[in-house]
Write a protein that binds this ligand. Structure first.
Ligand code: FE2
Length: 323
């Protein structure tokens, strides 16, 4: 069913309620849902706020592995949406909290990371005092064969299919803690990247902090809305993908053509959500499966038990269809 964006918002809410009821009756499993993946295109996973080292992280990690195994198609990448390591940090966390937690056997693709607020916590007392972000950048640089990819605090990653560029993914650092100079350099990078011509039909903006949220205890991020909002409106950015709020959300916001995804259910205690007219929001552990081809991007929200919670498909004209 094709519907307008305004209708999509209302439709999303109806859809969510129906699926919640459905999930109480039976375990849905991570089935394809209303939009079976067609041959071709690429598959990605996305998750955030995972680095807790507790049972919640393990449950989501295991479900990501199980999903990838059942997918029967290679993954082009996993988006690691920040707050990659909570609590005390040593370099051994890369082994326990990444390399072993998300095993190469099932998740044998690159993990494209961005930096969250917890990634700026200090490590050790030696001077100069390093942050977890410094160590994550260093790990990526010193272990080029690792699946952990974080070439810089902000960078661009292109995904291709057999025809050519498919997704231009711009990864940013939305932390207010970065210096004024860094903020200016990042803005220049972003503007230059958006002006650059690409044949990729999709451009995504990825960072840890959602511009808009339906979490009960958090508000829309006015600073980032002021900074990046005009660029979202000016350029054809189809998806804005973030974490930070420990929820799963798909929002369609009045005045924006971009679809907003919050994927912060990777393994930390959850936040409550409030009802709004902007779309789907659940206080739930889980992750996203994103299938991309030249006609559409189909995003699924899957919980830690494998239940399919919500699906939406967005075509190149910006039409959003809820599954
Ligand atoms: Fe965060």
């Amino acid at each position: 069913m094709n519907i307008t964006r305004r209708d999509a918002i209302r439709k999303t809410i109806c859809f969510s309620s129906a699926v919640i009821a459905g999930n109480l009756l039976s375990r849905a499993g991570a089935q394809p849902g209303a939009f079976p993946a067609k041959p071709g295109g690429i598959h990605l996973l996305a998750f955030g706020d995972f680095g807790s080292a507790n049972k919640e992280q393990i449950d989501v990690a295991n479900q990501m592995s199980a999903f990838a195994k059942d997918l029967n198609a290679p993954l082009a990448g996993v988006l690691a949406l920040g707050d990659n390591f909570y609590g005390k940090f040593t370099m051994d966390r890369f082994r326990t909290g990444f390399e072993e937690m998300y095993p190469e056997k099932t998740l044998g693709c690159n993990f494209y990371a961005c930096l969250g607020n917890h990634d700026y916590e200090h490590v050790g007392k030696e001077k100069p005092q390093l942050t977890k972000a410094d160590w994550q950048l260093r790990y990526a640089a010193e272990n080029p064969k690792s699946r952990w990819k974080l070439p810089a605090k902000w960078y661009v990653q292109e995904f291709r299919d057999a025809t050519g560029p498919l997704v231009r993914m711009i990864v940013l650092d939305g932390n207010p803690i970065i210096t004024k100079e860094e903020q200016m350099a990042q803005k220049e990078f972003l503007e230059n990247e958006l002006e650059r011509k690409t044949t990729a039909p999709w451009t995504w903006l990825v960072n840890h902090f959602p511009l808009f949220t339906s979490s009960s205890k958090r508000r829309d991020n006015e600073k980032l809305i002021a900074e990046w909002g005009p660029l979202l409106k000016k350029h054809k950015i189809s998806h804005s993908i973030a974490g930070h709020d420990h929820t799963l959300q798909h929002l369609e916001v009045e005045g924006y053509e971009t679809s907003f995804i919050v994927s912060g259910g990777g393994g930390r205690a959850l936040h409550e959500v409030k009802e709004t007219d902007r779309g789907f929001a659940r206080a739930q552990l889980g992750f996203n499966h994103i299938h991309v081809d030249r006609k559409a991007v189909t995003t699924r929200f899957i919980d830690e038990k494998g239940n399919l919670l919500h699906t939406f498909r967005r075509d190149t004209e910006g039409k959003v269809t809820i599954g």
